[in-house]
Write a protein that binds this ligand. Structure first.
Ligand code: NAD
Length: 403
């Protein structure tokens, strides 16, 4: 790759096509439209749904989706409001009578017991976790504590909630990363776990606790292992919002290693539909992959984002800077989603469409969602010798994180 140089955006950004989001900031009403498309017959064994991590990215999509699409359910969002969270993800629901927000940490046993009992919770969707792979290399123990112990404390609270039979569905949000590298052919839900980084190890361990509590204490659990999700509302430490943030600051995009690692992308609305489908049709005791058919290398994500920012392919080399790879970087997470497809779910949003919507959204909303978002790209990741050598031309420290 050639030596990096400072980049400036083209004089006129390209016109955006076919986007439904309004310009000049997203109103509450428009945020409320950031939901999926499905609606099923409401379950008669579920009335009060607890969503942990609902102020985060995917939890936010699911919280909005369920609160808007199902006035029959009470949706209780429980979140500690970590730096990645944004109340803007759920502020649009404030006036809905079926939505409640509780600020709390899973590590606080009394707080979680209280929310279960005060809201008479009969269904749990557990999204809360530390989710940034790159951070897990820097602080692995924090991932174990938050993701594993946090999940066990939640399971304990559910176990003791009204004599253990009150919760009818416990939907545990795991990840495709528990399988480790999957390159040769798509793996189904029976594949052995081979996690390769502290994040995925913590998710695999958390899942083990869920299955063990399901057997030992009759917790009616099902598990979801999704491919990568992207879209509006994701904190800019992850690859797509990070690239948008860097380009908005006229900085180069960092590419770990060769940039040829593949990730499979699901737009937030499709993910919300997947979780909705599993809430209503998923079978207790089963695990489900959510598979994206859109496999894209990190380099291609960079190129497509640059295009959407108005750069031509001849600009690409000077807009990218290569940095060292992760300690280990899975090549692919190729999962087989036919089990979920058999329940009627399918991916609706193409990567091109979803990326274009996302880029437009970040250009308009990044600052109002995370006023200090620039810190995400400079602080969240470790400085590398290479990036420092880039000097003032480089963005200085961050690394992209595709998952
Ligand atoms: N983002 C992806 O592509 C992806 C893919 C597959 C699975 N997942 C899983 O989906 C879930 C959500 O991921 P995300 O990308 O939306 O994450 P995120 O980092 O955007 O949000 C996580 C949320 O959980 C909250 N949280 C974390 N620890 C908590 C605690 N101890 N108590 C209360 N709240 C806590 C945070 O404040 C934040 O709002 C995670 O379990 C992740 O492992 C994510």
């Amino acid at each position: 790759m050639p030596a990096p140089r400072f980049i400036s955006p083209p004089a006129t950004p390209p016109p955006s096509k076919g986007l439904s989001l309004a310009t000049g900031g997203v109103s509450d009403l428009e945020t409320r439209r950031l939901i999926g498309t499905t609606r099923f017959e409401p379950r008669n064994d579920v009335k009060n749904i607890l969503i942990t991590g609902g102020a985060g990215f995917i939890g936010g999509w699911v919280t909005r989706h369920l609160a808007v699409q199902y006035p029959e359910y009470n949706i209780v969002c429980f979140d500690k409001l970590d730096v990645v969270a944004s109340l803007a993800n759920i502020n649009c629901l404030e006036s809905l009578p079926n939505f409640h927000f509780v600020h709390g940490d899973l590590m606080d046993q009394a707080a979680i017991a209280k929310v279960l009992s005060e809201h008479d919770i009969d269904c749990v969707m557990h999204f809360a976790a530390c989710s940034h792979v790159q951070n897990s290399f820097n602080d692995p123990l924090n991932f174990t504590v938050n993701n594993v112990i946090g999940t066990q404390l939640l399971l304990e609270a559910v176990r003791h909630h009204q004599g253990s039979r009150r919760v009818r569905r416990f939907i545990h949000v795991s990840t495709d990363e528990v399988y480790g590298d999957v390159m040769e052919s798509a793996c189904d839900e029976t594949k052995q776990f081979m996690p390769t980084n502290p994040y995925s190890a913590s998710k695999a361990a958390a899942e083990m606790y869920v299955w063990s509590y399901a057997k030992s204490f009759d917790i009616p659990a099902l598990v979801v292992r999704s491919n990568n999700v992207y879209g509006p509302g994701q904190y800019p430490e992850k690859i797509i919002p990070r690239f948008c943030t860097l380009l908005m600051q006229q900085k180069q995009l960092t590419i770990q290693g060769t940039g040829m690692n593949i990730r499979r992308y699901l737009y937030g609305a499709d993910a919300a539909d997947g979780f909705d489908t599993l809430l209503h049709k998923g079978v207790i005791g089963e695990a489900y992959n959510i598979q994206s058919s859109q496999a894209v290398t990190n380099l291609e994500v960079a190129a497509r984002t640059l295009e959407l920012f108005g750069y031509s392919p001849r600009d690409f080399n000077r807009c990218l800077t290569q940095i060292p790879d992760r300690p280990f970087n899975d090549q692919d997470y190729w999962v087989d989603g036919s089990k979920l497809a058999a329940l009627g779910w399918h991916q609706r949003v193409s990567f091109s469409e979803g990326l274009e919507t996302s880029v437009k959204w970040y250009r308009e909303n990044l600052d109002s969602w995370w006023p200090e978002a620039s810190k995400a790209i400079n602080v969240a990741s470790t400085a590398t010798p290479e990036s420092q050598v880039c000097g003032v031309q480089s963005n200085g420290s961050g690394v992209e994180d595709a998952s």
